[in-house]
Design a protein around this ligand. Structure first.
Ligand SMILES: [Mg+2]
Length: 441
């Protein structure tokens, strides 16, 4: 029996529910539903016009319904009258295939048929900026190497504490907060979990950080590269595969503590990194962070080439510890569901094709890249990534043509819109279009 949301509302004194979903561009959409109406909504879903969001639909399409997942319920720690729910989209009695949470659940199902599940953690970096988005919020945060700066961190104590306290209340197991490598940039870490839980929390985290920043008179942005000369917002993911109780990536006899299965999974990501960049680095602005020149701090901390290594942050994949690896490709504009779905899809491909990632590279890739001219480079702009996705029979097999065609169609429309007034050049300042369309991603 699914949890009864009406009864939960009575116990927890919830007056309203946010029935929410994330569209293909990662925008969080909701209806605010009074508790009196939640039983009906739990059964049949809240109705939306799909065309009004970033989904591949037309104004003539029938209603789309967001059916809430009661297991995803979060009582807003800063407003306990409201309960937040992640939902799955349905139309004409069927799940909407080209919708992100459904796409992730389909990949989870495929992994489940092998009695495996993916656990993951995400590292969401963000900036605190001025309301108009033109500068960072703290005028005293000007060091050239500001990473871990205690004073700049503690000037934001009230906000950081409120976000971290909220994560404690919600039971996420937060364990550290810091100032990151760019002026005005922060990161907060909580425990890894099953990938669907992590994806829902990732969605909620972004909403929470933006909302609480506003409450404190600030603005938070996850935009991949809001400032040309500063390190961008990454969204690294730590990944492991489990059966019921055991980490199947762990092999203590291996030099890095990874199993053959883990190397095959990783090999799938190496093989499909180019087309998957269209999911992992989905915005025009994303490509100011990838293949970027060094920043004010001395490093971009983001990859340019498709490579893996041990505990070394200059490569696309790092193995920091036994039993897991870190994929450093994604940025703050990544759709939380497509992040997890893309990783599983590549991993499944790697496992079934016994993909060999080759030998790890132990160089400083930021300085030594010229010694590896044969190494594949990541796409240089979003058009390249979309082209690679369009051309990838592997990814088309993973997700189905309908889903990939929908995604490509919407991204191409977006690129056309950009090209009407702007042109993309990494050397030029961030454009107004990028700010208008990406600051609140
Ligand atoms: Mg970081």
């Amino acid at each position: 029996m699914p949890k009864n949301l009406f009864k939960i509302a009575q116990t927890k004194k919830i007056k309203y529910f946010l029935i929410s979903f994330v569209d293909l561009f990662g925008v969080l959409r909701s209806k605010l539903v009074p508790t009196q109406a939640i039983s009906e909504m739990q059964k049949n879903g809240a109705g939306f016009a799909g065309f009004a969001t970033w989904l591949d639909m037309t104004p003539a399409d029938t209603d789309m319904f967001a059916i809430p997942d009661p297991d995803s319920l979060i009582q807003l720690p800063w407003n306990k009258e409201v309960g937040w729910l992640a939902s799955d989209l349905w139309m004409d009695g069927k799940p909407v295939k080209a919708s992100p949470r459904v796409m992730l659940k389909n990949q989870i199902k495929k992994l489940g048929s092998k009695n495996l599940k993916m656990k993951s953690g995400v590292e969401c970096e963000y900036f605190l900026i001025s309301q108009d988005g033109t500068s960072i919020a703290d005028p005293r945060d000007i060091q050239s190497k500001p990473c871990y700066d205690q004073s700049a961190l503690m000037r934001r104590y009230d906000l950081i504490k409120e976000i971290c306290d909220s994560m404690i209340t919600m039971g996420w197991g937060p364990y550290q907060n810091d100032h990151e490598d760019a002026n005005g940039q922060f990161e907060m870490n909580w425990n890894y979990d099953d990938c669907l839980i992590t994806a829902d929390r990732h969605v909620f985290f972004k909403y929470m950080v933006k909302t609480l920043a506003e409450k404190h008179g600030l603005r938070a942005t996850f935009m991949p590269k809001p400032f040309q000369n500063l390190t961008g917002n990454g969204c690294h993911a730590h990944v492991s595969l489990w059966d019921d109780k055991t980490n199947k990536f762990l092999d203590s006899n291996d030099r890095y503590g990874l199993s053959k299965l883990a190397y095959n999974f990783l090999g799938g990501l190496i093989k499909l990194a180019k087309p998957l960049s269209a999911f992992f680095n989905p915005t025009i602005n994303s490509y100011r962070r990838i293949n970027a020149p060094p920043t004010k701090s001395g490093a971009s901390w983001s990859p340019s080439s498709i490579s893996y290594t041990g505990n070394n942050r200059t490569h696309m994949i790092r193995i920091p510890d036994a039993g897991r690896f870190e994929l450093r490709l994604m940025d703050g504009s990544v759709n939380p569901y497509l992040l997890q779905a893309g990783v599983i899809a590549a991993g499944l491909y790697g496992m079934s094709n016994k993909s060999d990632p080759g030998e790890p590279l132990n160089c400083n890739m930021y300085t030594d890249y010229e010694k590896y001219p044969d190494l594949e480079k990541l796409p240089d702009e979003v058009e390249d990534a979309i082209y690679n996705l369009d051309d990838s029979k592997e990814i088309r097999e993973c997700f189905g043509d309908e889903v990939i065609n929908s995604y490509i169609k919407l991204k191409k429309n977006e690129i056309n819109d950009f090209n009407k007034t702007e042109s993309f050049n990494k050397e030029d300042p961030v454009t107004e279009w990028e700010k208008n369309n990406t600051l609140d991603c």
